[in-house]
Ligand binder design. Structure first.
Ligand code: NAD
Ligand code: IPM
Ligand code: MN
Length: 358
C-alpha cells in the first residue's frame, strides 16, 4: 500500500469546516485506489496566536518539511490583524518552501451558475499562474516620522530575474500541455514604470524560448474587464503576486463561486513539500454554521493527489465534483440548501463507488 505523509493545517474559520470534508473525500479515494494518507494535524491558527503569541511554533517549517504535501484550510480571523496572521503562517510556508508557482484553475462547471449571460461550460476554462514568493508582497519598506505630519510609508516591490523567469517559464510549460497553447501576461507597464516593463521584457524573452505557444498581454485593468466580457479568450494567464491574487478571485467569481476554487502552491523542483488550499479565506461571516462550500477544499485535495502521482484518484474526485455540481446537493452560494458535510459525503460516496463520467 502506498502511503503519503500529509501535514494538515485546518487554520481558522471555515477552514476547520471544509478541511474535514476534504479529508473525507481523500480517504474515500485512498480506499478505492489503494493508498493511505498518514496525516499529522497542526492546530496552527489565530486561536493559537491569542494563546501563545505565535501562529506556529519556531520549528514549524522543519516539522512541515517531513511531509510529502501540506493540506491547508484558511488563515485569518477578526481580532488578529491580517498582516500578523498571514505573515505568521501562510506566507512563511509559501516562501520558506519556495512554492513559487501558485496554480489556480478556473473552469465553468456544468451545474455551476455563472453570473455572465449566455456563457456555457467550455467558455470558461483557464488557469491563473500566480508568482507566489516576491513581487508586490515584500517585507522591504516601512513607516517614517510616525505620528507627525511628515509621516509616510513605503513598500517596495521586488522582481528578480530568477523569480520572473521561473514563473513565466512554468506558465509556458503548462500551456504546452493544453490544447490551446496560449499564455496571457498580466502587466501594468503604462503606470508602474520599473517592475512592469521589466516583467514585459522577461515575458518577451520567455516567448522566444517557446515558439509553439501563442501569447498576448493586457494591462491589469482591462484584463479584469476582459475576464468578465471575454473569459473565453484565456488559457494560461501568468501574473505577478498581487495581480495573480486579484485575478484568481475574479476568475472563480465569473465561473460561479469562489467557494469551489482550488489552488496549488507548488515547489516545482520538489526540494520542499507543496501546499494545497482553496482560494477562499476563513469567511468569518458564515463560519460556525456548517454551510461553507467544501468543494474548493476537496478540489484542492484532487490537485494534491495529482502532485503525489495519484492521477486516477484525482480524476475520480474531479468527476465526482462535476456530478454533484450538476445534480446536487448544493450549498447556499450555489443556490442550494445543503450543509458542508452533506456535500462532502455526496462527493465521497461517488468517489468510493466510481463516479460516472460527467
Ligand atoms: P473570504 O474568502 O474568507 O470570504 C469572502 C466572501 O466569500 C465571504 O462572503 C464568504 O462568506 C464567501 N465565501 C468564501 N469561501 C466560501 C465558501 N467555501 N463557501 C461559501 N462562501 C464562501 O475573504 P475575506 O472575507 O476577504 O477574508 C476573511 C479572512 O480570511 C481574512 O482574515 C483574510 O485575510 C483571510 N484569507 C485567507 C486566505 C487563505 O488562507 N489563503 C485567503 C483569503 C482570505
Ligand atoms: C490568497 C489570499 C492571501 C494572498 C492573503 C490572505 C494573504 O488572498 O491566498 O489568495 O494574498 O495570497
Ligand atoms: Mn486572494
Amino acid at each position: 500500500l502506498r502511503t503519503h505523509r500529509i501535514a494538515v493545517i485546518p487554520g481558522d474559520g471555515i477552514g476547520r469546516e471544509v478541511v474535514p470534508e476534504g479529508l473525507r473525500v481523500l480517504e474515500a479515494a485512498g480506499r478505492r485506489f489503494g493508498f493511505t494518507l498518514a496525516c499529522t494535524e497542526y492546530d496552527w491558527s489565530c486561536d493559537r496566536y491569542l494563546k501563545t503569541g505565535a501562529m506556529m511554533p519556531e520549528d514549524g517549517l522543519d516539522r512541515l518539511a517531513e511531509a510529502d504535501a501540506i493540506f491547508l484550510g484558511a488563515v485569518g480571523w477578526p481580532g488578529v490583524p491580517d498582516h500578523v496572521s498571514l505573515w505568521g503562517l501562510l506566507i512563511p510556508i509559501r516562501r520558506g518552501f519556495d512554492q513559487y508557482a501558485n496554480i489556480r484553475p478556473c473552469r465553468l462547471m456544468p451545474g455551476a451558475r455563472t453570473p455572465l449571460a449566455g456563457r456555457a461550460p467550455g467558455d470558461i476554462d483557464f488557469i491563473v499562474v500566480r508568482e507566489n514568493t516576491e513581487g508586490e508582497y515584500s517585507s522591504s519598506g516601512g513607516r517614517m516620522f510616525a505620528g507627525t505630519e511628515r509621516e509616510f510609508v513605503t513598500q517596495q516591490s521586488v522582481f528578480t530575474r530568477i523569480g520572473c523567469d521561473r514563473i513565466i517559464d512554468y506558465a509556458f510549460r503548462l500551456a504546452m500541455t493544453r490544447p490551446r497553447r496560449k499564455v496571457t501576461s498580466a502587466t501594468k507597464s503604462n503606470g508602474i514604470t520599473f517592475t512592469m516593463p521589466y516583467w514585459d521584457e522577461r515575458f518577451a524573452e520567455a516567448a522566444k524560448r517557446h515558439p509553439g505557444v501563442a501569447t498576448d498581454q493586457f494591462h491589469i485593468d482591462i484584463l479584469c474587464a476582459h475576464f468578465v466580457q471575454h473569459p473565453d479568450w484565456f488559457d494560461v494567464v501568468v501574473a505577478s503576486n498581487l495581480f495573480g491574487d486579484i485575478l484568481s478571485d475574479l476568475g472563480p467569481a465569473v465561473a460561479g463561486s469562489i467557494g469551489i476554487a482550488p489552488s496549488a502552491n507548488i515547489n516545482p523542483e520538489r526540494k520542499h513539500p507543496s501546499m494545497f488550499e482553496p482560494v477562499h479565506g476563513s469567511a468569518p461571516d458564515i463560519a460556525g454554521k456548517g454551510i461553507a462550500n467544501p468543494i474548493g477544499q476537496i478540489w484542492s485535495g484532487a490537485l494534491m493527489l495529482e502532485h503525489l502521482g495519484e492521477t486516477a484518484a484525482a480524476a475520480a474526485i474531479v468527476s465526482a465534483i462535476e456530478t454533484v455540481l450538476e445534480h446536487g446537493p448544493r450549498t447556499r452560494d450555489l443556490g442550494g440548501q445543503a450543509g458542508s458535510a452533506e456535500v462532502g459525503r455526496a462527493i465521497a460516496e461517488l468517489v468510493a463507488e466510481g463516479a460516472p463520467a460527467a
